[in-house]
Design a protein around this ligand. Structure first.
Ligand code: AMP
Ligand code: GLY
Length: 437
């Protein structure tokens, strides 16, 4: 079996690692693999954004399964193209990926489907957007509708901040075309939860829920990043809550997509806010989350490959289930100095050899590459160091202890990933905590 992973960050290293465990005899390829992926696969020197070259290559090499990690190629229609050339691809079509690539589309879809989400209005002109912001008052949230690499949502404490944010998006085009349309929405309060659902368009298999930490600093302070750490499972995510999410959010959303001619086959990521009124959707993503994948997949005992192949080939998930390890996982992201602003690249990284032999530590690479001088940094988020344990406390201790032993100049990481869960002091839940629908 020939498997192609499209993308080369921490999420894709984790996907490759898991699929290689599921099917050690398969031949793996990845686009421009990072330093951690390279030893596990053959590199394909085509950028994930070069759809034409990638599709031609995958068809010529008779790839049996293409797994698409990032949102950009999905939004550009890579899955439609691969399928048109007979290459089974895991991920939604361009039409279904709009649930992430257009926040305006996602909000209108939720309104139509009766799915709980923050009250909102959509604007294509600045003056009416600013009138609406003044009318609603602060706090308020202003979002670029298009893809903005996780930076397009501004949570504004004051009306002035929101007025400036709307101008920055619509007039200054700080996020380019992504800010042509904006969504202004009500500010919600509560804890956030990331829920991944594998779906064939109607059946859903919910993975272990996770929580990520988007802010750069300890105590969830400072600017937003792509994610500084994550943990799973989350004590708040009871089986009852997940059933509610399936029946009030996932099923109605998938039905509405199908009715729109945009059946969603792939991984639907729901970003939830657990409000006093119940779970409410902050956003949908059309792919696995990063760094949540780095904690969810190490806890999955059953084969991911079989399920991805089934969905990619147009099959059904009916009757399928997932088996989970009775353990906790916590990942600490190690970032470059300056991230999420500008940062240096090319700095040597030293990872002690014995970490590789520790079954409770997994070092997933994100922004690394192998150079003539060995492993060097090549991105803002460099590594995600996952610790496993029978409690969240031991998983966290292992993650932080391993991160402390890995060296590169200017390394930055948070020391408090999982603090909400530790404050709850919940024991490791047993296998089968999350049931399939
Ligand atoms: P998004 O890009 O839509 O996921 O938003 C990024 C982050 O902004 C979320 O993870 C939340 O922390 C915050 N956020 C987004 N929308 C809201 C909202 N309506 N109320 C409160 N916080 C929000
Ligand atoms: N962890 C947030 C994301 O993947 O978008």
């Amino acid at each position: 079996m020939r498997i192609l992973i499209i993308g080369n960050g921490g999420r894709e290293h984790t996907l490759l690692w898991k699929l290689a465990k599921d099917r050690p005899d398969a031949e793996f390829f990845a686009t421009q693999p990072n330093g951690g992926m390279a030893p596990l696969c053959k590199g394909v020197e085509i950028a994930p954004g070069d759809l034409e070259a990638l599709t031609g290559w995958a068809a010529a090499r008779q790839i049996d399964l293409a797994v698409v990690g990032p949102e950009a190629p999905l939004a550009a229609g890579i899955v439609d193209r691969l399928r048109s050339k007979g290459v089974p691809a895991f991920g939604p079509t361009q039409a279904a990926a709009r649930i992430e690539s257009s926040k305006a589309y996602a909000k209108d879809l939720m309104a139509k489907a009766g799915v709980r989400t923050a009250a909102y209005a959509i604007f294509e002109e600045l003056a009416p957007a600013q009138d609406y912001i003044r009318e609603k008052g602060a706090p308020v949230v202003v979002k670029a509708s298009g893809l903005a690499a996780g930076k397009g949502a501004l949570v504004c404490e004051t009306v002035q901040e929101a007025l400036d944010g709307a101008r920055m998006m619509m007039e200054d085009r700080a996020f380019g075309e992504a800010g042509r349309q904006i969504v202004v929405e009500e500010f919600m309060t509560g804890e956030e939860l990331s829920v991944f659902a594998l779906t064939d368009g109607s059946e859903v298999l919910v993975l272990l829920p996770a929580q990520d930490h988007k802010r750069i600093g300890d105590g969830d302070t400072g600017p937003n990043t792509g994610g500084m750490g994550a943990y799973a499972p989350v004590g708040l995510a009871t089986p009852e809550l997940i059933e509610e999410v399936i029946s009030t959010i996932l099923r109605p959303t998938l039905t509405a997509l199908a009715e729109d001619g945009a059946e969603f086959r792939g991984l639907l990521y729901t970003g939830l806010m657990l409000t006093d009124e119940g779970p409410s959707v902050v956003e949908f993503n059309c792919r696995f989350g990063d760094p949540e994948t780095q904690v969810v997949l190490p806890l999955l005992d059953s084969s991911l490959l079989d399920l991805l192949a089934e969905v990619a080939e147009g099959g059904s998930l009916a009757g399928r289930s997932l088996r989970w390890k009775n353990a906790c996982a916590l990942t600490t992201v190690m970032a470059s100095e300056g991230y999420p602003g500008s940062y240096p690249k090319g700095l040597p990284i030293a990872i002690p050899d014995d970490l590789r032999d520790d079954p409770d530590v997994l070092v997933f690479h994100a922004g690394t590459r192998r150079s003539e001088d060995g492993l060097v940094t090549s991105g803002g988020r460099v590594l995600a160091v996952t610790g496993l344990g029978d409690s969240m406390a031991s998983a966290g201790d292992r993650s932080r202890a391993a991160a402390a032993r890995i060296q590169f100049d200017g390394k930055r990481s948070r020391s408090d990933i999982g603090w909400r869960e530790l404050a709850r002091c919940s024991p490791a839940p047993g296998a089968g905590q999350v049931k399939r629908a």
